[in-house]
Design a protein around this ligand. Structure first.
Ligand SMILES: [Zn+2]
Length: 108
């Protein structure tokens, strides 16, 4: 298990398209997040194959997940940065996601 990594769920606001991360305290916790920008409760889960984040930058990424080819790009970058080979399972998940296939069983 990886106690160093806090699981985060990413959601994108359907109203203003701002993406936000929410920490999950319990694996079974049901999140009903609301947008920090506009308080809308209309949030859509964004699939993030790996939940660790290198920076907590906000904004500027609102268009990021519209382009499926950019899915996993910063994951790849993160692995590279640490000089770690990307596990096959992560690789496959990213490839699938880029093909529009939503990964299953990724609820960390
Ligand atoms: Zn919003």
């Amino acid at each position: 298990m990886g106690p160093m990594v806090l699981p985060t769920y990413e959601y994108r606001c359907q109203s203003c398209n701002v993406k936000s991360s929410f920490f999950v305290r319990s694996m079974r916790q049901k999140l009903s997040p609301s947008c920090p920008e506009c308080q809308s409760g209309d949030m859509e889960r964004v699939i993030s194959p790996v939940s660790f984040k290198m920076s907590s930058g906000t904004g500027a990424q609102s268009d990021y997940y519209r382009d499926s080819s950019s899915i996993g790009r910063n994951v790849e970058r993160s692995y590279k940065k640490f000089g770690v080979d990307m596990p096959e399972s992560v690789r496959k998940t990213i490839d699938d996601a880029r093909r529009g296939k939503m990964p299953k069983g990724l609820d960390l």
